[in-house]
Design a protein around this ligand. Structure first.
Ligand code: AVJ
Length: 335
């Protein structure tokens, strides 16, 4: 008794049905990545409690222009976006990876300023984040209908398909698409498309090609927050998988390839060493200066983004830029 619950309904989708839990999925992915001749770890595991806090700090770094640029795009174009979303009447605004919804709040202002008919469906893997967001929204925008969904993106889209008929506008902000390899982003967008219908829309944030020095600084900041964010992945493996990484024996290295438009982040072993990861049942050997690839952050040209959308069944409708044309939110429609 006594625990106040949110007045908003919140849907918590169940975990995988195959009997595996989160830890064993994490252990499996870590083991698979570290057994490769070129070692890798999936970037989605950056975001435990500490990692999420470090990412919040990254977004405030002077070098990390992405968040400020997208806030500018949304602030300058929110009314036009609101207009385009609501041309066909009521819709569900589905926010994939909503987090604290800092950016979406701007759009919500644009929409409520024009009295548009919609409800808000934030989707996130973090139950804590969705509870907090629901509570904040109830206080700050009491008129707004909010139904948070806790789960993975496709799980959530499937739930929506069955339980919330009606037009959908999907938000995929923050250049999160950039973490995928090219073939993975095509698969991802095709899967999104498979849950949508003619009349639905997708607004996707993408970081654009620009001076390589600017990009490199954003992923190799002077105060070392990005290094800490990258290294936290090893702390997380130590904590959750009972491993013995000596984290100070690894360093953060970021490099940008301007021909591919890909920023890559690595953790480099400063010495020859062995690491035991108990819950993955694995001993890993590192040569000195051997690296683990931990993240890709893709930078795009607009024709490239438009073509990617077309290949996945979306029609590019409008491109919204920031003042420097370094970041864009691209609106796609389905005919
Ligand atoms: C949250 C995936 C958009 O790639 O720019 C920030 C994550 N990594 N600094 C990005 C990140 C290093 C970020 N995304």
């Amino acid at each position: 008794m006594g625990i106040p619950t949110t007045q908003f309904p919140m849907i918590e989708l169940s975990r995988r049905q195959d009997g595996s839990n989160d830890i064993s999925a994490f252990a499996r992915d870590v083991a698979e990545g570290l057994r490769q001749p070129r070692k890798t770890l999936p970037s989605r595991y950056f975001y435990d409690g500490t990692g999420s806090r470090l990412f919040q700090q990254i977004m405030e770094l002077p070098e990390y222009y992405l968040t400020r640029s997208e806030l500018e795009v949304l602030t300058q174009h929110k009314y036009e976006m609101a207009q385009l979303f609501s041309r066909r009447g009521f819709f569900h605004l589905i926010d994939l990876g909503a987090g604290d919804a800092l950016k979406t709040r701007i759009l919500l202002q644009g929409l409520s300023g024009q009295q548009k008919e919609f409800d808000y469906v934030p989707v996130d893997i973090s139950g804590d984040a969705m509870r907090q967001l629901s509570d904040n929204m109830r206080q700050q925008l009491p008129q707004l209908q909010v139904e948070a969904v806790v789960g993975e993106y496709f799980q959530a889209l499937e739930w929506l398909q069955e339980n919330k008929p009606g037009r959908k506008v999907v938000l995929f902000l923050g250049s999160n698409i950039g973490n995928f390899k090219p073939d993975e982003s095509i698969n991802f967008l095709r899967s999104i498309r498979s849950y949508l219908s003619p009349g639905d829309q997708l607004l996707m944030g993408v970081d654009l090609r620009k001076d390589p020095a600017t990009i490199l600084r954003a992923y190799n900041d002077a105060s070392g927050v990005t290094a800490a964010f990258n290294l936290n992945l090893l702390h997380r493996i130590n904590r959750e998988l009972d491993a013995n990484f000596k984290v100070d024996q690894f360093s953060h290295h970021a490099m940008y390839n301007p021909q591919e438009g890909v920023m890559r982040s690595f953790l480099v072993s400063k010495a020859e060493q062995e690491v035991y990861i108990q819950k993955a049942g694995l001993t890993v050997h590192f040569d000195s200066w051997e690296a683990i690839h931990t993240e890709n952050s893709c930078k795009y040209t607009i024709p490239q983004v438009e073509e990617m959308g077309r290949q996945c069944g979306f029609r590019p409708e409008t491109v919204f830029y920031d003042n420097r044309q370094g970041f864009a939110d691209v609106l796609f429609s389905i005919d």
